[in-house]
Design a protein around this ligand. Structure first.
Ligand code: ITT
Length: 191
C-alpha cells in the first residue's frame, strides 16, 4: 500500500519509514505542487492543512505530521513555531537554552499530530502522540534532529540525541502517533 507523506522534512520521512519497515506500506513524497501554508493555530490544524494540500495534488491516502517542542515555563513555546523559532537548527537550540536560563521548571514535551486522509479526502484518523521530558542546560548527543540534543527523556539519563535511531523510534512522539495510524490501517482493506 502506498501512502503520500505530506512532509518536506527528510528527517521525519526517514524516521517514519524506519518505524514502518516491517509493514506492507510504502511512504512516497507528494507530487509537485505540494506547498502548504501552515497558518493554523494548533498542531491539529496545521497537520490537517498539510494533509489536505497533499491530497489535492494526489487524491490518494495521505499522512501528515505536524510536530514540535512545547516547554511549560515558556507557555508552550516554541510549539507550532518549532521549525521557524530561529534561522538554523543550532540557533533554534541556542534560543531555547537562553530563554530557559534561570528557569527551575524544565518540563517539556514533544508532540506529533498525525492526520490520515482516505482517497476521498476524508479524515480517517487524527491522533497526537506525546513524549515527555525536560530541557537540559547544555546540549548533549548528535543523533536525531531538531531539538533532540536538549531534550532529556523522562525517567532516563539520556537526551533524545543520545539515543540510537532504533531507541528513539520506540519512545518518540512520532512513533506513538504512528503506532495508532498503523493499528487503524491494519483494519482497512486497501487496494
Ligand atoms: P514539514 O512541515 O514539511 O513536515 P517541518 O520541519 O516544517 O516539516 P513542522 O512544521 O511539523 O515540520 O515542525 C517540526 C519541527 O519541530 C521540526 O523542524 C523540529 O524543529 C521540531 N521537531 C519535531 N519533531 C522533532 C523530533 O523528533 N526531534 C527534534 N525536534 C523535532
Amino acid at each position: 500500500m502506498k501512502i503520500v507523506l505530506a512532509s518536506s522534512n527528510p528527517h521525519k520521512v526517514k524516521e517514519i519509514n524506519a518505524i514502518v519497515e516491517s509493514e506492507n506500506i510504502e511512504f512516497i513524497l507528494p507530487p509537485e505542487g505540494f506547498d502548504p501554508e501552515e497558518n493554523g493555530t494548533t498542531f491539529e490544524e496545521n497537520s490537517l492543512i498539510k494533509a489536505q494540500a497533499a491530497w489535492e495534488v494526489s487524491k490518494t491516502w495521505v499522512l501528515a505530521d505536524d510536530s514540535g517542542l512545547c516547554i511549560e515555563a515558556l507557555n508552550g513555546a516554541p510549539g507550532i513555531h518549532s521549525a521557524r523559532y530561529a534561522d538554523s537548527p543550532q540557533e533554534r537550540i541556542n534560543r531555547v537554552l537562553s530563554e530557559m536560563e534561570g528557569k527551575t521548571n524544565r518540563k517539556a514535551e514533544f508532540k506529533c499530530c498525525m492526520t490520515l486522509l482516505n482517497p476521498a479526502g476524508e479524515v480517517a484518523l487524527s491522533y497526537t502522540g506525546i513524549c515527555k521530558g525536560s530541557i537540559i542546560n547544555s546540549q548533549k548527543g548528535t543523533n536525531g534532529f531538531g531539538y533532540d540534543p536538549i531534550f532529556l527523556l523522562e525517567n532516563s539519563s539520556k537526551t533524545m540525541a543520545e539515543l540510537s535511531e532504533e531507541e528513539k523510534n520506540k519512545v518518540s512522539h512520532r512513533s506513538v502517533a504512528l503506532q495508532r495510524v498503523l493499528a487503524f490501517l491494519r483494519t482497512v482493506t486497501i487496494s
